[in-house]
Design a protein around this ligand. Sequence first.
Ligand code: GLU
Length: 448
Amino acid sequence: MNAYIARVLENVRTKHASEPEYVQTVEEVLESLEPIVNAHPEYEQVDLLGRIVEPERMFTFRVCWMDDAGQWHTNLGYRFQFNGALGPYKGGLRFHPSVYPGIIKFLGFEQIFKNSLTGLPIGGAKGGSDFDPRGKSDAEIMRFCQSFMTALYRYIGPDCDVPAGDIGVGGREIGFMYGQYRRLKGLWENGVLTGKGMTYGGSHFRPEATGYGAVYYTAEVLKAFGLDFKDKTVGVSGFGNVAWGICKKVAELGGKVVTLSGPDGYVYDPDGVTTEEKIEYLLEMRSSGRDRCQDYADKFGVKFVAGERPWGEKMDIAMPSAFQNEIGMKEADQILANNVEYYIEVANMPTTNEALAYLQSKVKVVAPSKAVNAGGVGVSALEMSQNSERIVWDAEQVDEMLQKMMANIVKESLAACEEFNLGYNLVAGANIAGFKKVATAMLEQGVF
Ligand code: GLU
């Protein structure tokens, strides 16, 4: 191991011992950067790695809100502006009870390289709150979002930091937050948030972009092996916006998504989530705020397994799209037992580092989430472009740009493999390709 990388890792392990998710992502990324760091001894002199693992700026704030019964609650809000070398800070907001600084840090660090891979001018950031949206009324969500934005608005802006959605934050929340931002600033700066509704500056395909982009990426990978999605079965976990986009696009390409999951268990639908009725029902399940996927099994009369994840089912392609660390060694073994040849991460860091290395040694293709799910933030960057020009591109234009972006991410990842003699390694290739641009921009902008 390169001595400089080892030193930086040791420092991160010590300093962030109470933030295991952050240590995990730094280990995964830095270890795979060895060839490029070996080739660039100048990184060490300016402590480029020691700087890249520290956010440029972090905000923590209190968010108070009143529930429908008149009771006040206090949550914590976060925004970590990790790296602005390539453009305004950009990344989602996650509202989930598991949120604490270690989660925001791991997501923010991943976001730097993901955003770089899109090829668009966006830096990396992440934020969110430990607020639990489950079971809340629209009015409660609105009051929370208004309070959250009142605390955050002075630290963000179209040329500064542009938040978006993530788990627990969708179009409804973005709308409430944008309304409050506009009210506080008295300005039509709609480039401050992405994932907006179409009536006030949203982009076509933003809701679909993460799922569609993941399928386009996978199609590009399959193409190199002379294959496509036709008649393929796809295992998906989660049932949110990303799973919805995957189901829709896979069905369009002639394949079928056969599993979905939620905190309550998983469903197995051998006919696939392919009809419009089934696909649209996912949106209904999400907006109900119940956070239960058993509702799908009850409605369509398919198998539901309580308390389990779907990886023991038969599938050709596995696309974990739910949450971090949902695939450990046990799930990896289930996937191998089913002879899955394509393991495509979609959710941010869905695989433990141990399981990821294990799968890489056994499965034909392992694709990393920071590349596979980059279409979401990529279309967010296209939304920013449209906002700054005050125009709306049509759906076909955005879709075409998204397809090109995803194909290019595969190409750049493989080019990095070729440059550093890594064979076919989409994981290391994405890390190196994403890092390279950020490192160059940091070097050229001087040390700070
Ligand atoms: N939360 C998404 C992600 O993980 C989207 C971020 C964005 O659109 O800014 O990349």
